[in-house]
Design a protein around this ligand. Structure first.
Ligand code: SF4
Length: 228
């Protein structure tokens, strides 16, 4: 049977199996505070992991508690996170999100999300300004171990190249379209492995198609342009 005659669940299963075979199964690290991860993910928008981490470290060292972040003049928050870019927008969103958190849950913690199902938690988080589906899904997956496969730039690009979604599908739509087909219990491993694969093999500009272990699954018309 060729991969063209397989349904999406079967094709995603082939991909997750092969990614784990070549890159190892990725295991969830365990429970942590979702609020910290969510603020980190807001900072990650349109920047790389290194600058995101530097901005987060500066924010936490300048304002050791979330209450201090809320009470600080917004310009001071902007200053602290400037290195990650879009600092005006990110600092306003962070302060607004923290205020909402304490109003909603009575504390600077999102641990109450653990009592909600995925859809309820996603709905609540994405109703807040600056929190998109990627931020919500990453937070729930990383901190509460929810079985989701968030779609960032790497996951979206690879999903298009493997023909899981079409060329014009947005990251948000890619998440919703793939969600029912992600093999149960494997969302975390699939997401983390797609990130690794996108950074090391299926790169945006120069994909290393020559040694690609998903070559036969790839439906991208540009595949093979770079034989590296
Ligand atoms: S063949 Fe090339 S474009 Fe296709 S998945 Fe592999 S690295 Fe990516």
């Amino acid at each position: 049977m060729t991969s063209k005659s397989l349904n999406l669940t079967e094709r995603l299963t082939i991909a997750v199996d092969r990614l784990e075979k070549h890159q190892g199964e990725k295991k969830w690290a365990g429970l942590s505070e979702p609020l910290d991860s969510l603020i980190l993910t807001i900072l990650s928008q349109n920047t790389n992991d290194n600058l995101r981490d530097q901005a987060y470290a500066r924010l936490r060292s300048s304002f050791p508690t979330w209450q201090e972040v809320v009470e600080a003049p917004v310009e001071k928050i902007e200053e602290a996170v400037r290195i990650a870019g879009l600092s005006k927008q990110k600092s306003a969103n962070i302060q607004a999100f923290l205020k909402w958190t304490v109003e909603q849950f009575g504390e600077y913690s999102l641990m109450s999300l653990a009592d909600m199902d995925d859809d309820e938690a996603i709905g609540l988080l994405t109703a807040q300004k600056g929190v998109g589906i990627k931020t919500a899904a990453v937070t729930l997956m990383v901190t509460l171990g929810r079985d989701l496969c968030p779609v960032d730039t790497h996951v979206r690009r690879i999903s298009k190249r493997l023909g899981w979604v079409n060329e014009k599908t947005s990251a948000e739509k890619t998440f919703w379209q793939l969600r029912p087909y992600v093999p149960a219990g494997r969302g975390y491993s699939l997401h983390m492995n797609l990130l690794q694969f996108g950074r090391s093999v299926c790169q945006a500009r120069k994909p290393r198609c020559g040694g690609c272990f998903l070559w036969d699954e790839c439906r991208w018309e540009g595949k093979g342009i770079n034989k590296e």
